[in-house]
Design a protein around this ligand. Structure first.
Ligand code: NI
Length: 389
């Protein structure tokens, strides 16, 4: 399905409008209203499951399965520095992850699908999800509110700066990491720096703990099971000659398999407990299991891969390595067959990654997303062939 020039222009304009008017997670009120307005103008009925999301629904002329195509809607608390003529007018809020582009792609898909109802064998739900960037985010709320009931499959995508523009990145199985976070409070006994024998030095305790935490990946996790543990925050003390009462550290865990996450949590607890016992300190550990890994369904993903190859040619479709970032699309992927695709938007002229104040996308890839998922969903509903009608 080739896109008419005026549809391409419309999609780009939608992206620019949405880029100018970003909103933070769980507060996407105007965005939601705007999307609803656009969908209604196309003659598409909408509903909302949580009150924060907005979902368009298109029933095809033929009976069949029910699928969801998902975009996210939220922006980030970042002061934009792109100098684009359509830069954010909401100071300190910016679409710095590409979710503006995701919405414009889904609007383009909506427009094409509604014009091609006669070719739809089943029903398509166009999901504009709130709060992807926050934990807990929109996806888990939607799953808990039963969005996925009687749905056969869900498709998602991300415009992806690390991937060169023009390419489409696909992967089966665990594709994006699960993410946990933890914080450690150590309680010692403060005193004068000149008399450490009178104290229990929490700084020394936490130093031992951090060093040992870095043995978990190398000594407790099987080499083929990837994981990352990083400490991002460390606080203790107020002056050079005072031993403080407490110390604090927090960190992040990334993994691709739930058992790895459980093992890491157990090892973190054992290490902290052991170190504290040996020094006479006590502790509090807060460990939060965040988004699980994104699991791409094999059949659905190879179907998208075949569709992409037939549309854009084999040399533009690549198998990507697992990504250590997280994405709350993962919650859907643990419930029903799901597939998440990466659309390359990286260009040498824009070397700024996601969440950077100068982040920008290659708009030429917006129609690629529209074409891929419109054709993909139409063919999937027809029974999984990649032939034209
Ligand atoms: Ni994102």
């Amino acid at each position: 399905m080739k896109l008419e020039n005026n549809l391409v222009d419309w999609v780009v304009l939608q992206r620019r409008y949405l880029h100018t008017h970003p909103e933070l997670s769980h507060r996407e009120t105007e965005t939601k209203a705007y999307i609803a307005e656009q969908l209604h103008a196309l003659g598409i009925e909408t509903y909302s499951v949580t009150g924060k999301d907005i979902i368009g629904i298109i029933k095809g002329d033929h009976p069949g399965k029910t699928v969801i195509i998902r975009s996210d809607m939220d922006a980030l608390p970042i002061l934009e520095e792109t100098n684009l003529p359509f830069a954010s007018v909401n100071k300190g809020v910016m679409h710095a992850c590409g979710h503006d582009g995701h919405m414009s792609i889904l609007l383009g898909i909506s427009k094409l699908l509604v014009d091609n109802k006669a070719s739809i064998h089943g029903t398509v739900h166009l999901l504009f999800q709130h709060a992807e960037e926050e934990v807990p985010g929109g996806a888990v709320e939607l799953v808990e509110a039963n969005l996925l009931k009687s749905k056969d499959a869900i498709f998602g995508y991300h415009l992806w700066q690390p991937l060169k523009s023009g390419l489409i990145g696909i992967r089966n199985g665990a594709t994006m990491a699960g993410v946990d976070r933890f914080s450690i409070h150590i309680y010692g006994k403060g005193g004068h720096g000149s008399m450490p024998e009178e104290t229990i030095d929490p700084t020394l305790v936490i130093a031992h703990i951090i060093t040992q935490l870095h043995t978990i990946v190398s000594r407790s996790i099987k080499a083929i099971d990837q994981a990352v543990i990083s400490i991002g925050e460390l606080n203790s003390g107020t002056s050079y000659n005072i031993i403080p009462d407490t110390a604090f550290a927090s960190g992040t865990v990334r993994y691709f398999d739930k058992d790895t996450s459980l093992l890491i949590r157990k090892r973190i607890e054992e290490i902290i407990d052991g170190a504290c016992k040996s020094f006479g300190a006590t502790f509090k550990l807060d460990y939060v299991h965040g988004d699980p890994p994104v699991l791409n369904n094999k059949e659905l993903t190879s179907f998208i891969q075949k569709t992409a190859i037939s549309l854009f040619g084999e040399d533009r479709i690549i198998e990507i390595d697992p990504i250590l970032g997280s994405e709350d699309f993962s919650y859907y992927s643990h419930e029903i067959p799901a597939s998440f695709t990466f659309i390359g938007v990286g260009k040498e002229e824009i070397p700024f990654g996601h969440h950077h104040p100068k982040f920008d996308i290659d708009e030429d890839m917006l129609p690629v997303g529209v074409e891929l998922f419109t054709t993909g969903v139409l063919n999937y509903l027809k029974g999984g062939t990649t032939d034209e009608d």
